[in-house]
Design a binder for this molecule. Structure first.
Ligand code: AMP
Length: 145
C-alpha cells in the first residue's frame, strides 16, 4: 500500500515507523521542518519529503501516483483538515484520516465523511475510565469492611 503521512512529529513519526515495518507498505512522510525527520531514526526505510502541507505544490509533487492511505497528523487542525480534503477530493484517496484536536470541528468534519482522530476526546474518555476504575475499587473496598 502507498501511504502518505503529513507531519513527522511525535505521532506522525511513530505511525510511519510502525507502518514501515510491513515491507509491502511504501511510506512517504512529509514535514515542513527537516529536523522533524530525525524522529524516524536511521533505519527508516520509507521516503521523506520536506514540504508545507498548506501549499498545493507539495501535493502536486507527492500525490501524482495513486495513494491508498493519507494521514494528516501535523499539530495544526486547519492544516490537517485542509490536507485531508485535498487528498480525498482532488486525489481521490480512499482512506483519509485527520487528527483534529478541537472536538467540535472533529465532529463536523466526520459528518463530511472524513475520518478524524480527536486526541482531546480520546484523553477525556481515558480520564473518565481511570476515574471510574478508582470509584469501583473504592466501592469494592468499602464493601469489604
Ligand atoms: P507534533 O506536535 O510533535 O505532533 O509535531 C507536529 C509536526 O507537524 C511537526 O514536525 C511540524 O513541523 C509538522 N507540521 C506543522 N505544520 C506543518 C505543515 N503546514 N506542513 C508540514 N508539516 C507541518
Amino acid at each position: 500500500m502507498k501511504i502518505v503521512i503529513l507531519g513527522c512529529g511525535r505521532l506522525g513519526s511513530r505511525v510511519a515507523l510502525k507502518l514501515g515495518e510491513d515491507e509491502k507498505n511504501e511510506i512517504i512522510v512529509i514535514d515542513k521542518n527537516s529536523d522533524s525527520f530525525s524522529l524516524l531514526g536511521k533505519d527508516f526505510k520509507g521516503k521523506i519529503f520536506q514540504g508545507d502541507g498548506a501549499n498545493m505544490e507539495t501535493y502536486n509533487k507527492i500525490m501524482n501516483e495513486k495513494v491508498d492511505i493519507f494521514l494528516a497528523l501535523t499539530n495544526i487542525d486547519n492544516t490537517n483538515i485542509m490536507a485531508a480534503e485535498i487528498a480525498k477530493q482532488k486525489y481521490k484517496v480512499e482512506k483519509t484520516i485527520a487528527k483534529v484536536d478541537d472536538p467540535i470541528r472533529a465532529r463536523a468534519f466526520e459528518e463530511l465523511g472524513i475520518e478524524t482522530i480527536c486526541p482531546t476526546l480520546l484523553s477525556e474518555k481515558k480520564i473518565n475510565k481511570m476515574i471510574e476504575k478508582k470509584k469501583i475499587k473504592e466501592s469494592e473496598s468499602d464493601g469489604d469492611v
